[in-house]
Ligand binder design. Structure first.
Ligand SMILES: Nc1ncnc2c1ncn2[C@@H]1O[C@H](COP(=O)(O)OP(=O)(O)OP(=O)(O)O)[C@@H](O)[C@H]1O
Ligand SMILES: [Mg+2]
Length: 432
């Protein structure tokens, strides 16, 4: 009998000892190297609870992967341990709880006492929810610390004064012991706030700077301790993860993800050690996964626009105008028998694709052509096209209506002043 193929994937390997899942973002470690200052600062503000005083509101800000969410969770967990029933800590991700209304409902429902039933998710007017939450807060004899992660999402969705209702709750409930920790990686967001909201929300602000490569080496080494056998991950592999993470705006999530995937690859391939080679493979995989995910979740119309961009780019142009993409978009719609949107709508969809990082655009002065937006596809065309064609609506796409040569002038060749793509893209990035 041939050996069971599953056996080679069993826990027996020369690298992993513990749970690789503990390197993922949802796991909150016991300590945070290089974040002692920030953690101390949050603890100091919240420590007023130990003296029976309401803490100031806090904003934690800094780029993605700099430890804001995990530091906040770590501190609130310690606070809960120390203060017990005197405090309730509640965490809301504002991607999900994206309005003050939904937060009030969840807050009210977390304070169910003998006199109150549950508040419905929908149906009550805002002022009724507000009064009910306030009444419950006043009856509850404890502090509430609300962590509002990605708080900028509430503001972009509901406007600059939308947080006012939460701050009003703090002001108006006489005995309220409610305070907020807002977290954001959009540092410009405070500017968007109504000034009344800004000053109250931002009573204390704590900055999380990007990690440098040396700090990331410490963080990775700390996080893999106990997870892998000592010596089974080469230093050069750790250094490479750290270097890539540092390049990506000092992102610990990226560095740790790379390490986790590199370890996984080494185990699957039956390697004795994790080396730089596995880290490079991990990086490719991570980048592919991001693109794949982004494409899979696009609505069909955006997929067609994206397909048009890829096809147009493959034709002859190093970069394209919106007009060229629109032309081929219509050709594709005609081929697959799908109604075409107006060019204005397609322009909007192109901007959305830029936001997703699938397209990139630059505005360039083109001499006698005036100023033109030039667009290019980011990443490997073939890979992107294959992902797009996995949509059943596009699976039969042949390109039968796409002209062989773009009938538009090739703007790059036209303008002899632009000698290389790098000149162009080294130029002036779009503001949007
Ligand atoms: N100093 C540190 N020590 C150990 N692990 C860390 C440290 N800083 C960050 N991490 C880990 O890096 C990952 C990303 O951190 P976190 O989710 O807190 O970032 P964030 O600042 O909230 O990012 P985003 O703005 O994208 O939400 C998590 O797995 C976290 O545990
Ligand atoms: Mg976060």
């Amino acid at each position: 009998m041939s050996p069971n193929p599953f056996l080679k994937y069993s826990a027996e390997n020369s690298i992993v000892l513990g749970d690789l899942g503990s390197l993922s973002s949802s796991f909150v470690p016991e300590s945070f190297p290089h974040r002692e200052g920030q953690i101390d600062a949050i603890v100091k503000v919240l420590s007023s609870i130990m003296r029976n005083t309401r803490p100031s509101n806090i904003i934690l800000y800094g780029k993605t992967g700099t430890g804001k969410t995990s530091a906040a969770n770590h501190v609130t967990r310690m606070l809960k341990e120390a203060a017990g029933d005197r405090v309730e800590t509640l965490y809301f991700n504002c991607q999900i709880y994206d309005s003050p209304y939904s937060i009030l409902v969840a807050l009210a429902n977390s304070i169910q006492d003998s006199t109150s039933g549950s508040v419905p998710q929908l149906g009550w007017p805002l002022d009724r929810i507000f009064q009910e939450t306030m009444a419950r807060l006043n009856r509850a004899r404890r502090f509430f610390v609300l962590v509002l992660d990605e708080i900028d999402k509430i503001v972009t969705k509901n406007g600059g004064d939308s947080l006012y209702v939460l701050l009003k709750l703090i002001d108006e409930s006489g005995e309220s012991k409610l305070s907020l920790i807002g977290i954001t990686n959009d540092t410009g967001f405070l500017e968007f706030l109504d000034s009344r909201v800004r000053s109250r929300l931002n009573q204390e602000s704590i900055f999380f700077p990007p990690y440098n490569a040396t700090e990331l080496i410490d963080i990775i080494s700390f996080r893999i301790k106990g997870v892998v056998r000592p010596g089974s991950v080469e230093d050069s592999a750790i250094n490479l993860c750290a270097a890539i993470g540092a390049q990506e705006h000092g992102d610990a999530r990226k560095a740790l993800d790379l390490m986790r995937i590199a370890i996984d690859i080494a185990v699957r391939e039956g390697k004795q050690k994790v080396t730089e080679k596995e880290v490079y493979k991990a990086r490719d995989k991570l980048e592919m996964d991001v693109i794949k995910e982004a494409i899979y979740t696009l609505p069909l119309q955006s997929k067609i626009v994206m397909l048009s961009a890829v096809v147009t780019q493959e034709q002859d142009t190093a970069m394209m105008t919106t007009g060229q993409i629109y032309e081929n978009y219509r050709n594709i719609c005609e081929e697959i028998g799908y109604p075409a949107l107006t060019s204005r709508r397609v322009s909007d969809l192109i901007s959305e694709l830029e936001d997703f990082g699938l397209l990139s655009a630059m505005t360039k002065s083109m001499g006698r052509y005036g100023r033109t937006r030039l667009i290019r596809v980011v990443g490997d065309h073939t890979v992107i096209k294959n992902h797009l064609l996995e949509d059943e609506n596009l699976a039969h796409f042949k390109g039968s209506k796409i002209p062989k040569q773009s009938k538009f002038e090739n703007l790059v060749e036209e303008n002899r002043k632009i000698s290389s793509l790098d000149d162009l893209f080294g130029a002036e990035p779009d503001k949007n």
